[in-house]
Design a protein around this ligand. Structure first.
Ligand code: ZN
Length: 412
């Protein structure tokens, strides 16, 4: 028996929708539009009359309410169609490994690409499942096409079963999430949902409503450049100032490579160097916005230490806000999490709550006025040639969406 969510997923992953950094177009690549348009056709074919794509490539659609209750809030489900620029998504050849028995899965196009339980412990929780991988040469694209397939399949089920009561359900498929632009032109009022869920998480049962708060900070050291042959007592080398600054960052803490769970970090990732001026760009991450500010103040104090006592040396600081922990918003809307817990439990799963060490489109949408936690779609080993997804997990994601529609109706 073929699974409708699997059939769709296998079709979507063969469409190359890799997004691109620093593109001048929106969406960043035309391949995304191919899939987005296909999704409109698919929604229309199941009777969703208002399915449409806008000038930016966002697909939105409505499953009309069929309940007689007047106060059921409009709920949205959102997934992104693009895949990561970090790994090729062209010519994806998905492989379904039926009834997984715990063996190593050697992917045919690269002998080095072996999926093992020891490296991916969650695979050990999927014994008996049908596991989908790519062939070893590309990513799979389960991030986030498993979410796209789950939402479309849930829409099909709701359209085919008018006896399931629900309020209006809004659907959105977005481009360019992986390059940080998934919500750039997302029109929250036009979407018109009171609450939404991104279907872009990992293991079955996962529910995420907490993300990092994130800033980027650029510290620019200013020195003084002059002819090196006649520089004695005059030259101030900004490259050396920046080097001393980076050297002051502790080796054993506060970095991506030394932190986990709820710890934040600072992360120098770009240096633009010159004798006259050298700038160091750092990512700053913390679950508390106050912790973010503390880290930024600390970085400034390190920079001040470096220039202190060096005549002619100075520095400037530029802080840019990236996103904020969505929990700050979601805590004011406890129902959005409660209903999700209820739906996940009703389909027979244990709720796994986890704080995301990153941001999601939901982080931004929450601050744009649409509280949007993230729910699992089964994705594993994101952005990797070892990416995989369990078909049974995708089917559970479909069940959760349908159940959420029911729970919101029932309790309103
Ligand atoms: Zn994703």
């Amino acid at each position: 028996m073929t699974s409708p969510v699997l059939e769709r997923f296998l079709r979507y992953v063969t469409c190359d929708t890799q997004s691109r950094e620093e593109a001048t177009t929106y969406p960043s690549t035309p391949g995304q539009l191919v899939l987005l348009r296909q999704l409109v056709d698919e929604l229309k074919a199941m009777g969703i009359a208002d399915a449409a794509i806008d000038e930016h490539g966002y697909v939105m659609a409505t499953i009309p309410a069929n309940t007689s209750k007047p106060d059921v809030p409009v709920i949205g489900f959102i997934a992104h169609v693009d895949t990561s620029p970090e790994m090729s998504g062209a010519g994806v050849k998905p492989i379904v490994h039926r009834a997984y028995d715990g063996r190593d899965l050697v992917l045919p196009d690269d002998a080095e690409a072996v999926l093992r339980v020891v490296d991916s412990p969650y695979l050990g929780e999927c014994l008996g499942h049908d596991i989908v991988t790519a062939s070893g040469a590309t990513l799979l694209g389960a991030d986030n096409k498993s979410g796209v397939a789950a939402i479309i399949t849930a829409a099909e089920r709701l359209m085919a079963h008018p006896e399931i009561p629900h309020g209006a359900i809004r659907i959105a498929f977005t481009p360019d999430e992986e390059v940080g632009n998934g919500t750039k032109f997302f029109d929250v009022p036009r979407f018109g949902a009171r609450y939404a869920y991104t279907m872009d998480g990992g293991p079955r049962g996962e529910l995420e409503f907490e993300s990092f708060s994130a800033d980027a900070i650029t510290i620019t050291f200013r020195g003084f450049n002059t002819h090196p042959g006649y520089a004695k007592g005059r030259m101030v080398n900004a490259i050396k100032l920046a080097a001393r600054f980076i050297e002051r960052l502790p080796p054993d803490r506060l970095s991506p490579e030394t932190t986990e769970d709820r710890e934040g970090f600072v992360h120098p990732y770009v240096v633009q160097a010159g004798v006259d001026r050298t700038s160091v760009k750092l990512l700053v991450r913390d679950f508390m916005t106050a912790g973010l500010k503390e880290k930024e103040a600390w970085l400034q104090s390190l920079a001040a230490e470096v220039v202190a006592g060096v005549p002619g040396a100075s520095f400037e600081v530029l802080v840019e806000e990236s996103y904020r922990n969505m929990r700050e918003v979601i805590d004011q809307h406890p129902l959005v999490v409660e209903r999700a817990r209820e739906a996940i439990t009703r389909v027979g799963l244990r709720v796994r709550e986890r704080a995301i060490r990153g941001g999601t489109d939901g982080s931004r949408l929450s601050f744009m006025g649409l509280p949007t936690p993230n729910i699992f779609a089964g994705e594993q080993n994101f952005h990797s040639r070892l990416e995989w997804v369990s078909v049974q997990d995708m089917e559970k994601a479909v069940d959760v969406i349908v159940e959420l529609a029911k729970v919101w109706e029932e309790k309103s």
